[in-house]
Design a protein around this ligand. Structure first.
Ligand SMILES: [Mg+2]
Length: 190
């Protein structure tokens, strides 16, 4: 761990929004289940591109996701005490919230982060290729970020979710069940 932390000194941390801070899929599921079939559960969303199995185009998945964000006040935080945990993360490195949410949704994201008292240096929206942004550490639930991060030698703290269970942990990819574990890993041996 000493080597890891030496490398991470002065680290910049890309903290993901959906699936790490915000439990957006819960609202996505509510909208879906009110209107559509088959009825889905959280655990049934077991692949990143699960909409393929439903036979719907990605644009439709994204459309429901955008509707969920229009109801941003109803999107719950994914864990208790987020404000305090993110504050402790920011003592370990520079925390930017980095999300694929489109630029048009920036304001809602700002409001959501403010509502939950989450501090950050920068908010990066519309991030389509997060690894290219060159952060030292990624806290994310995406199996794509995990795979690309690992092959680029970036540390990815993969927030455990039903849709990323197939990703194997290795030196660069560590599975975490919440931000407390991220803080523990990043502060080990400092
Ligand atoms: Mg995410």
């Amino acid at each position: 761990m000493r080597g890891l932390n030496a490398r991470l000194w002065g680290m910049r941390i890309a903290l993901d929004l959906d699936g790490v801070l915000a439990d957006t899929i819960k609202v996505w599921l509510r909208i879906w289940n009110e209107e559509r079939f088959p009825k889905l559960t959280y655990e049934s969303i077991d692949t990143w591109d699960f909409w393929r199995k439903l036979g719907i185009p990605e644009s439709e998945f994204a459309g429901v996701f955008a509707r969920a964000w229009r109801m941003w006040e109803e999107i719950p935080p994914l864990e208790e005490g987020l404000a305090e945990k993110v504050r402790r993360l920011s003592e370990l490195g520079r925390v930017d919230v980095v999300t694929g949410r489109p630029v048009e949704e920036r304001e809602r994201v700002v409001l959501w982060l403010r509502k939950h008292g989450i501090g950050y240096e920068r908010l990066v929206v519309g991030a389509t290729d997060k690894i290219r942004l060159g952060y030292e550490v990624y806290i994310d639930d995406s199996p794509i970020v995990a795979t690309q991060g690992a092959s680029s030698g970036r540390l990815v703290l993969l927030r455990d979710q039903p849709w990323n269970r197939e990703v194997r942990s290795n030196y660069y990819v560590r599975r975490i069940r919440g931000l407390e574990e991220a803080i523990r890993i990043l502060s080990a041996d400092l």
